[in-house]
Ligand binder design. Structure first.
Ligand SMILES: [Mn+2]
Length: 306
């Protein structure tokens, strides 16, 4: 039986590239697998797949009576709605352990590294499977994306080592320059509808029974948001009400100056202020050094909501 390999809802580059890479590895070891996606590709991921000549996984959101491998998440909030009706064969992830449970033993590769693709690279080595040039290219790209070209506090030596080796296989000479080009694509927000930007990299978190949505937009130049910041603020408030969320936070991350502007819509903004030790001004605050949602934004919020 063919297993489906899928990343989280509103997939980012890691979720898409990890699904493709793991499906390739599974097939290579005689376990039929197909990569699928739970949502639309973002422009960065489209750029990566185009660059290395790979087709996007097909869209699939229902998995009743199917077998699945989950990559880049282990939270029900980020999984397919009917996951309970599917068999989870395995999880490959680098986030905090989520709330997915299974009724049968599963294969689990969860490590505190900067990117799921770093773990998948180790899996290729474990099974002694050669990584094809184009797969190596997308794996390298995903690691550069997730680690913000090694600047994120989530980045480990293993991630850097993986990028160097994958770049060599993929025939990419200057991987840092490649990473900057990739982030320039990510920074291009001109003409994109505000809601699309808010949801481009958006995740809902269950924080002690309250839903908190956190979006992040990474850019090489924060000034691209100058003319739309007020619209972004208005839209996250609409999104908060629509989704019955306690709070919605949007991080506008400046990867060159290494920090994020936090935009907040909340029932109780004091929760957010206390979590980060800041005072919001018109729903905004600068968070110096904050690049990682996973390591620097979710934990303090969860602590405050506990
Ligand atoms: Mn990831």
């Amino acid at each position: 039986m063919t297993a489906y390999v899928l990343g989280h809802k509103i997939p980012d580059s890691d979720s898409i590239c990890a699904a493709l890479a793991l499906a390739h590895l599974k097939n290579a070891i005689g376990e039929p697998a197909v990569a699928v996606r739970q949502g639309e590709l973002n422009p960065e991921t489209a750029y990566i797949l185009d660059k290395f000549g790979l087709e996007a996984p097909v869209l699939k959101t229902q998995f009743a009576d199917e077998s699945v491998y989950l990559v880049d998440h282990s939270d029900r909030a980020q999984s397919p709605d009917d996951l309970d009706k599917a068999t989870v064969l395995g999880i490959v992830d680098h986030h905090k352990l989520g709330d997915i449970t299974t009724s049968a033993p599963l294969e689990c590769w969860i490590r505190p590294v900067g990117c799921t693709n770093t773990i998948i690279k180790e899996m290729f080595e474990y099974y002694g499977v050669e990584i094809p040039r184009n797969i190596a290219g997308i794996m390298m790209s995903a690691i550069l994306s997730d680690t913000v070209i090694f600047k994120s506090p989530t980045c480990t030596e293993l991630d850097i080592k993986a990028v160097k080796q994958l770049a060599e296989i993929a025939g990419v000479g200057d991987y840092e320059q490649f990473g900057i080009e990739m982030f320039k694509v990510k920074s291009d927000v001109q003409g994109t509808p505000v809601r699309e930007l808010v949801l481009r990299d958006f995740k809902d978190f269950d924080m002690s029974g309250r839903t908190v949505g956190i979006g992040q937009l990474e850019t090489v130049d924060l000034s691209v948001f100058d003319t739309i910041k007020e619209k972004l603020l208005a839209d996250i408030e609409t999104l908060r009400v629509e989704g019955n969320r306690h709070s919605v936070c949007l991080l506008l991350t400046d990867i060159m100056n290494e920090g994020s502007e936090l935009l907040v819509a909340s029932d109780a903004p004091a929760f957010i202020e206390e979590a980060f030790g800041v005072t919001l001004k018109d729903g905004k605050a600068w968070l110096p050094g904050v690049l990682s949602r996973k390591k620097q934004v979710v934990p303090p919020l969860e602590k405050r909501f506990a």
